[in-house]
Design a protein around this ligand. Structure first.
Ligand code: IVH
Length: 687
């Protein structure tokens, strides 16, 4: 074995510290100390040293955040200190009741100090209540050794590989002499934009959207593949610090000091915290954030009021379920009662039968709601919902309303139970429910509902983007038997279209043109348009980057598909199975015959996944290259793991320059971005 020089070890350690500091200032303080490009360069240097000297790799190295191997299950862990939940209060009156209750438990000298500054500390700390999923993080000698879910508060699940992907959770505490054991608790959450994107992707891939960011965060944390967790960009706010013996020392004597210390240690702590000395001050904070919270990039559902002094917290202790020293002051939930007038069934493009509650209209979160999804028959059974029932419905922001629960006391005698039908309500063919699945499906490939859904998806904006194909038109095409598959769209003539209702000569011609136009759309959109389960537009992009032709994808084994970064085994299976169905094979050959793009423009030399030399690098191409077409160059870069964008910014790593380069070159020069000729690019690809 090669002897490692002390200089090497020193440089590795130095790089780790630099990168950790950079990541702290970026993710926690929101105040980056270095350019992305500098970070990337240092990161790459560390990566190269680690590849060369694998013995130097430590678990807390910034390169070791994302594990490669999916877990098969998560071991359970018993929490050393239970994770309590909080008592709720819904208004200031209830908060007063809470305060009076803890007064009764407080030693008399503390009671005398209400309403004024106590000598030790302001009385309360107010924090925002983040709508996410609680995590307990264990550090030994300053290094993250475990991350666990709350579970039932006593036992949770060890999800360390997933926790490690969260960039605002330090792998190593920023402390000179870390105590042997530290436990940090806080809330993992999904920023709202990520939440919305995930739901968009899920509905594009015919999966039920998450009802709220909390479910989405909890679901993400329990994903078995850390690479998928990594893509979801979870974030974390720390709010509790436990260090054995902390109470007897001056490490932190108050919640406020603990929060400050957490931040120093490298955690993200919510900046919207406040010390309050009296209830009116708490009320003001609560009211201020009731409206202000709508401008935050994450979801909050209330305020947590905590007694600041740890000494007083300890004196107050816990009830059976809750700490006496804290309370969740919640905002009015966007929930309301209403009556179920009917339960109908919708058939989606994958044939899934979704029961819908048709309800007496009710005002929720500023909109009128009259339908709510019941997801599937398991959910119907679990709710025990019947026609005639009074139910609580909830709507949060842009999320589909759902039925939270039934109020059994209000059930009329004539309430009618609901059974998922045995036959498709659209085509009347028998439906199936595969063993172990919650979803009942119509499997009749020519069911008009499925066909309509498939066409609507095919023409949608992120797919083939065919303008002028609304829901009504699609219905007519299917009902009149003009279209039996998306391939038939390409045989439509304007003469035939003119026979449809409200279709003039001009619009028929325009539509035929729009359909023909779609033949220029790239392979990734075609793949997305096929509507394969779990293949939303992002996954389609990932897949087509690695499988530049439909043949390559069609013959790929599930393992090869799953080896694409970001593609899990469930997606891989779904793609694999789709191509095994004869009707789908026929569809592909018909689509090919129409001239649709079922391949990226060029086929690049295959690059083994291990040789992703351009990983993390962003390129911009400008001007005409001597031999490569722009798209060819793009594919080559992507195949090596790089990204190609259209405009030059600080984030651009290289500008590839050809003849007659324009303003991009000027901008790159101004920003000092390195330039490459085609020859240099090819050389880099070789090396
Ligand atoms: S303190 C004993 N602080 O709300 C202390 N919890 O309803 C308990 N939560 O399980 C937790 N933001 O998941 C605390 N700033 C915050 C919080 C917070 C969100 C969650 C946490 C807890 C639940 C209780």
């Amino acid at each position: 074995m090669e002897e490692i020089k002390p200089e090497v070890r020193q440089r590795v350690e130095e790089l780790r510290q630099l990168l950790q500091q950079a990541s702290y200032t970026y993710y926690v303080l929101d105040n980056p100390i270095m350019e992305d490009a500098v970070y990337d360069q240092l990161y790459r240097e560390l990566q190269q040293l680690e590849t060369h000297y694998p013995e130097t790799i430590t678990a807390d190295s910034p390169t070791q955040r994302v594990g490669e191997k999916p877990a098969t299950q998560f071991p359970s862990v018993r929490h050393k200190i239970p994770l309590y939940s909080l008592e709720n209060a819904f208004n200031i009156e209830e908060l007063k009741v809470w305060q009076e209750r803890w007064w009764r438990h407080a030693p008399s000298e503390e009671q005398g100090k209400q309403g004024e500054n106590s000598p030790l500390t302001p009385l309360y700390v107010c924090e925002l209540k983040i709508d996410g999923s609680a995590l307990a993080l264990s550090y030994e000698n300053g290094v993250l050794v475990r991350g666990a879910t709350r579970g039932d508060g006593i036992t949770g699940e060890d999800i360390t590989p997933n926790v490690r992907t969260i960039r605002s959770i330090p792998l190593r505490l920023n402390l000179e002499n870390p105590p042997p054991s530290v436990e940090v608790r806080g809330e993992a959450f999904l920023p709202l934009d990520v939440f919305q994107k995930i739901n968009q992707e899920r509905s594009q891939a015919s999966e039920a959207p998450f009802a709220n960011p909390r479910n989405a965060a909890a679901g993400t944390l329990r994903q078995l593949d850390p690479r998928i967790v990594d893509r979801r960009r979870l974030d974390f706010f720390a709010y509790t610090l436990h260090i054995p013996g902390m109470d007897d020392t001056s490490i932190a004597r108050t919640q406020w000091e603990a929060l400050e210390l957490l931040q120093k240690m490298g955690f993200r702590v919510n900046p919207n915290r406040k010390v309050c000395t009296s209830l009116p001050e708490v009320a003001e904070y609560y009211e201020h954030w009731d409206t202000e919270r709508l401008n935050l990039p994450y979801m909050t559902d209330g305020v947590v009021v905590k007694i600041n002094s740890f000494a007083l917290q300890e004196q107050l202790g816990f009830t059976q379920k809750f700490p006496r020293w804290a309370v969740a002051l919640k905002y009015a939930a966007e929930e309301a009662p209403t009556r179920v007038e009917n339960i109908s069934v919708n058939v989606g493009r994958t044939g899934a039968l979704t029961p819908l509650a048709e309800m007496r209209p009710v005002q929720l979160a500023g909109t009128t709601v009259s339908r709510a999804t019941l997801h599937n028959s398991d959910r119907v059974a679990q709710l025990d919902i019947r026609i005639g029932d009074t139910v609580i419905v909830r709507k949060a922001g842009e999320i589909i309303p759902e039925v939270l629960r039934v109020i059994p006391e209000l059930r009329p005698a004539e309430a009618k139970p609901f059974q998922i039908p045995t036959h498709c309500p659209v085509c009347n063919q028998p439906v199936v429910r595969p063993a172990g699945e919650a979803v009942t499906r119509c499997v009749n490939a020519s069911c008009p509902a499925i066909l309509r859904g498939a066409i609507e998806h095919w023409v949608s904006r992120d797919a083939l983007d065919i303008n002028g194909m609304g829901e009504k038109l699609v219905r007519q095409l299917v009902d009149r038997g003009l279209v039996h598959s998306v391939a038939d769209l390409y045989d439509l003539t304007s003469e035939r279209l003119e026979t449809l209702e409200r279709m003039g000569k001009k619009s028929a011609q325009k539509l035929v043109q729009a359909i023909a136009q779609s033949k220029t759309k790239p392979w990734s959109r075609v793949l997305y348009g096929l509507g394969i389960r779990h293949v939303g537009s992002v996954n389609a992009q990932l897949l087509t980057e690695q499988f530049p032709t439909v043949e390559k994808l069609a013959e790929a084994e599930p393992d090869a598909i799953a080896s694409v970064y970001g593609i899990g085994s469930e997606i891989a299976q779904s793609v694999y199975q789709w191509f095994r169905i004869p009707a789908n094979q026929t569809l592909i050959s018909r689509l090919k015959a129409t001239g649709l793009q079922l391949a990226a423009e060029v086929e690049a030399h295959p690059t083994p996944a291990s040789k992703q030399s351009f990983s993390g690098k962003t390129f911009v191409i400008t001007g005409t290259l001597p031999t490569l077409k722009r798209d060819e160059a793009k594919v080559l870069i992507q195949k090596a793991g790089g990204k190609v964008t259209d405009s030059v910014s600080k984030k651009t790593d290289y500008l590839v320059v050809g003849e007659e380069a324009g303003s991009k070159l000027e901008k790159a020069e101004a920003l000092g971005i390195p330039q490459l000729s085609e020859a240099q690019l090819l050389e880099m690809l070789e090396g």
